[in-house]
Ligand binder design. Sequence first.
Ligand code: MEV
Length: 446
Amino acid sequence: MVTCTQKGKEDMSEEELTVRPDSRISGFYKKSLEERMQTLLERGVITREDAALLTQRKGGLPLETADKMVENLVGILDLPLGLGLNFMVNGKDYVVPMAIEEPSVVAAVSHIAKLTRSSGGFESFYEANVMIGQIQVVGLDDLEAAKKSVLAHKQELIDMANAFEPNMVARGGGARDIEVRLLDQGKYQKMLVVHLLIDCCDAMGANLINTMAEGIAPKIEELTGGQVFLRILSNLADRRLVKSRCKIPFEDLAWKNFSGREVAEGIQLASQFAELDPYRATTHNKGIMNGISAVCIATGNDWRALEAGAHAYCCRDGQYRPMATWWIEDDAYLVGELCVPMQIGVVGGPIKLHPTVQLVHRILGIKTAAELAEVMGAVGLAQNMAAVKALATTGIQRGHMSLHARSVAATAGATREELDTLVDLLIADGEIKIERAKVLLAEMRA
Ligand code: MEV
């Protein structure tokens, strides 16, 4: 019924497996912006025009295009775009652009992606591109009879829905199945809800789902004798799940003065806290979405849809649960698994309008929604591990402070040669402020 568009490592050509740029770029964060561009050019990650777009902002989203995207346009809001490095997902290297205002997130995922490499990186599996279109029917006396009638005409409804989106059908997608749910809850009006299951291929699919749902509504009224009310996609995309996993030996986990076993046990305990407590699960998941949403935004996808679906899915058994969990296996490995609904696409929407978003897709080198979802799942898992690893060992403020100190030191005017020393001085001093950095820099120079 549901098709799976997953492409496994074994299906890849030799070229796909070997030609991709290595996602490891040592000391990237220490380089100047110009040096970073130079490195990316040398590695074939970007072109000269791409570098001009990124650093001189030549060729970004034109105001005229933005004016067609939203109403009452007055300008364009920028976000920092960083590169998540070291990612290996299903045996392939990925340089992962992330749009986010929060410091530490990009560094944190890159650090964990590096740590997972010697144990094979991340495995990710995307179930299918199937979304649900909902059609609400009210004014029914006999819900069971209406349900029977809809199900008896399943194929006719599927064919009818597909006739509204022949291009999607030609691309191998389209309506696949019909399900019917009955909502009969005492004081509320009785309702029948038709779910139209649609394979959206490489599109997020919102528009086509809504078109199909609206398109078959009159037939649903005819079949049920009721009145159709709402016709809209559901963002609870529980047929579009990505599952990501990593398995890291204790010896790769040693950190500062913590042994690998201590780190693994700490992460396991942090995971159990999130599994038991919705208050903790919410923050645990916020960290995961730091990674996933940053890629979602950079790739021009609808992060509100993704966030809504991801959090709703976490409540599927009645309690808000973590999107990713960690445990120790064979007294030697830390295993992490994430499962999140991933309603994203690689075609349509801002992807075809926004030059920087297009560049992001070129850097990722991804052609299918399945592959993008698989990378995003890995980023979410990496982000989670980074957060719980820090929380279970040194606490997060220490790492945050050194990154913050770096940006304060740079803003105070430190040269590349002076940067590391000034960062150390600022951290030792405890007052990480630009004015203080200027004083310390002057003292250093004197
Ligand atoms: C901060 O943006 C995210 C964290 O709070 C996530 C977590 O607590 O797991 C560090």
